[in-house]
Design a binder for this molecule. Structure first.
Ligand code: PGA
Length: 253
């Protein structure tokens, strides 16, 4: 098995003002000072990005955004361009989160444009994919994942693909307290890696981090991250409180 450094990422969604986010980032930085073998990322709301990046200068904690627009600038009221995220100190950007897909009508095509724009700007896309409960019950999990991987990465060549992170987040496990069993998650992750291998070859597939997301907590991180193809976690609710998030990070270390 390739050695992939685990990534534990916190998606703060629409929580925390700028000052609250800075305070939480400082606390998390102090609490995770001894962590050596896990990469850490936090994705605060847009309005907190620059201040959190400044607060984390010199810290190993990376900053990510939760969304972006695919154009580099223009008359797109309310949107944020990739270069703006870079200038605000972002290294990562979450793309295609199920809340964006479900609540804001984001299509695979939009997700694909965003992935391409992020890569072109030197941001690492965290491409989120996952099946709904109805799709799982209808035994469509793998066809949904296949489609989301293929469409999400359409026209992205191995040359343009720098670093990529994929997050497998079964929609039925997000914010519900239901987690996929580690076997269910491992099976999905192995499938995703196999699809990446088909598209980009074994080396890329083996090097790509695939995170699990959906009700990750201190009491389930260890068993998830212990699975061969689970390379970390995208954590929502349990990332908001620095002590809890730091516990998750340390359990993954
Ligand atoms: P959750 O959210 O950990 O609160 O389930 C995960 C996510 O939405 O990325």
């Amino acid at each position: 098995m390739a050695t992939r450094t685990p990534l534990i990422a916190g998606n703060w969604k629409m929580y925390k003002t700028g000052p609250e986010a800075v305070q939480a980032a400082h606390a998390l930085n102090a609490l995770t000072a001894g962590v050596a073998n896990v990469d850490i990322m936090i994705a605060p709301p847009f309005t907190a990005l620059a201040a959190v990046s400044a607060a984390l200068q010199g810290s190993p904690i990376a900053v990510g955004a939760q969304n972006l627009h695919w154009e580099s600038e223009g008359a797109f009221t309310g949107e944020i361009a990739p270069g703006m995220l870079r200038a605000a100190g972002c290294r990562y950007v979450i793309i295609g989160h199920s809340e964006r897909r479900q609540l804001f009508g984001e299509t695979d095509q939009a997700v694909n444009r965003k992935v391409q724009a992020a890569l072109a700007a030197g941001l690492i896309p965290v491409l989120c994919i996952g099946e709904t409960e109805a799709e799982r019950e209808a035994e469509q999990t793998f066809s949904v994942l296949d489609k989301q991987v293929r469409f999400g990465l359409e026209n992205v060549s191995l040359q343009t693909l720098g670093d990529l992170v994929v997050a497998y987040e079964p929609v039925w496990a997000i914010g519900t307290g239901k987690t996929a069993t580690r076997e269910q998650a491992q099976e999905a992750h192995a499938f995703i890696r196999e699809r990446l291998g088909k598209l980009y070859g074994e080396d890329m597939a083996e090097a790509t981090g695939i995170l699990y997301g959906g009700s990750v907590k201190p009491n389930n991180i260890a068993e998830l991250i212990g699975m061969d193809d689970i390379d970390g976690a995208l954590v929502g609710g349990a990332s908001l409180e620095p002590e809890t998030f730091a516990r998750i990070i340390k359990l993954g270390d």
